[in-house]
Design a protein. Structure first.
Lengths: 120, 398
């Protein structure tokens, strides 16, 4: 798969991560080498959007006037099935340990991943 | 390596009141604290040959140490600024300790301060601080510092509820553990009542914390430290002098991540690792100390650090506070000035107030807050989101 995966941080609806061809380590923040073993040219991979909630908070106090109208909103750390952790929005009422699936909704003028409880 | 551990002394401290200092700028506040520290160490400006400064969010500068040296009237042989977020104050002390031991300087002035409260809008402060988060992967989600710590707190509550036998922690479990955290805010406020320089001195109770407005669940307003104006300074010297000196017995650091998304664990951070390095250098550890100064940007920060440093059993920091173990007459008096939560938090100077108070306690100068005659103190600070850890072990005698 030579095509670049869709990546919400670049305005597309998708979650991208990287995997090392050498040691197999998977990570989230984009860079040009493996942070575990230093090997160059990691593979960019499209995540399935499936995962499990590791931590969750409801933000009542938004950082800017522009986002004030959107509060409260929930932010979570989600352990993606592919073996990396990411921060994203999450449906209200989601708890630690819940299985979740990502969709994409507009926030602050761009699509951001929002995880919804997955059907068990 | 077969060399003696480094020896240095904190021979003077300076601490302003924290809160509102309208009209006073970064350099004004830094100067006030620096002048107080020199007076306390009985030094003239010309005797200072090393200078370390922190940073100021209201006065960002590429060369803050040089700017301060010029303003205050110093011509140091060694000077630069340093930044590790909230851990900066203790990191500067560690570096000063190593510098005087190396011979690069004899007497290092360590100083930081800023008008973080009155020098900018509340939104500006929140946005600047949120930048410890990832600019592409975290900040666009509307994340804030309290949100990062809210995530940390949610996981701590979940783990503690599991430890206590809950199979699927629910809202009742969460409320129970929120009350345990709230005990720490109540304790810090009680301590602040004894310090005229503290930003918040009116007593608060558990229900006040629980009823305070939501910020980032499970954290409420009174779980969070305030934003303050203020400054602090120390003199770290190679020689003890004949004044009230405290020996820096051991120092250590650990850096495990920057962003909470990339933290290796939300259960164990780098605090124990950092403290183990300090203890190895000191030849004693936290359990030998009778005074503790621990970073408390949020109640959850304090709970996690107390537990990881072994100063409270897992899940029992709240109980220890409630039962007086961290009070003046308790087994381990903690942040007797009121901590960041109530003395206040002016950035780099915030944790430095913890050290100023520890110095007063170790030298028997804490007045009505004095807790017996502690001989050793354990200090720990963190920067970022429990990202950068610095530990200090101090001793009264050589």
């Amino acid at each position: 798969m030579s095509e670049e995966p869709r990546d919400w941080t670049r305005g597309a609806e998708g979650i991208a991560f990287q995997r090392c061809s050498g040691c197999g380590h998977a990570w989230y923040f984009r860079r040009s080498f493996c942070p575990a073993c230093g090997a160059p040219e990691p593979r960019a991979v499209q995540a399935s959007g499936a995962g499990r909630v590791h931590a969750v908070t409801e933000v009542a106090r938004a950082p800017s006037e522009a986002l004030r109208a959107r509060a409260p909103y929930c932010i979570a750390l989600v352990d993606a099935d592919e073996g990396f952790r990411l921060m994203a929005h999450v449906e209200r009422g989601t708890h630690i340990g819940d299985r979740v699936q990502a969709r994409f909704l507009e926030f602050g003028g761009r699509p951001v991943p929002v995880f919804f409880k997955a059907n068990p | 390596m077969n060399r003696e551990p480094p020896v240095s002394w904190i021979t003077g401290i300076g601490l302003t009141s924290f809160g509102r200092h309208p009209g006073r700028q970064t350099l004004d506040l830094m100067s006030e604290a620096a002048q107080a520290a020199l007076l306390d160490a009985r030094l003239e400006r010309g005797q200072v040959d090393g200078l370390l400064t922190g940073y100021s969010t209201t006065f960002p500068h590429l060369m803050l140490a040089t700017v301060f040296a010029e303003h205050f009237g110093l011509r140091p042989a060694y000077a630069h600024a340093l930044q590790v977020g909230g851990a900066t104050g203790f990191a500067m002390v560690m570096l000063a300790h190593l510098l005087v031991d190396s011979g690069a300087a004899q007497r290092v002035l360590v100083v930081a301060g800023e008008n973080r409260l009155t020098g900018q809008s509340r939104d500006a402060a929140v946005q600047v601080l949120a930048q410890v988060g990832h600019p592409e992967y975290e900040v666009p989600l509307g994340a804030t510092i309290p949100a990062y710590y809210g995530l940390v707190a949610s996981r701590w509550i979940y783990e503690r509820a599991l430890d206590a036998g809950s199979r699927a922690p629910d809202d009742a479990d969460s409320l129970h553990w929120q009350r345990e955290l709230a005990e720490l805010a109540v304790l810090m406020r009680r301590h602040a009542a004894g310090h005229p320089g503290a930003q918040f001195r009116e007593p608060i109770g558990l229900e006040d914390v629980m009823a305070s407005k939501a910020v980032a669940s499970p954290l409420k307003l009174l779980d969070c430290c305030p934003v303050s104006d203020g400054a602090a300074a120390f003199v770290v010297s190679r020689s003890r002098g004949d004044g009230h000196a405290v020996r820096i017995a051991g120092t250590g650091q650990a850096h495990t991540h920057q962003h909470i998304s990339a933290a290796p664990s939300l259960v164990r951070y780098g605090a124990a690792e950092s403290m183990a390095r300090a203890a190895a250098a000191a030849g004693f550890g936290p359990r030998h100390c009778r005074y503790a100064a621990v970073y408390d940007s949020f109640t959850i920060t304090l709970a996690i650090l107390l537990e990881e440093l072994g100063l409270a059993p897992a899940g029992e920091a709240g109980r220890c506070a409630r039962e007086g173990e961290f009070s003046a007459g308790g087994r381990l008096p903690l942040n007797t000035h009121g901590g960041l939560l109530s003395y206040g938090h002016c950035g780099v100077g915030g944790a430095m107030a913890h050290l100023a108070e520890a110095h007063l306690q170790l030298t028997g100068r804490a007045g009505e807050r004095q807790c017996g005659q502690p001989e050793r103190a354990v200090l720990h600070g963190d920067g970022g989101v429990l990202s950068s850890h610095v530990s200090l072990l101090l001793a009264r005698e050589g």
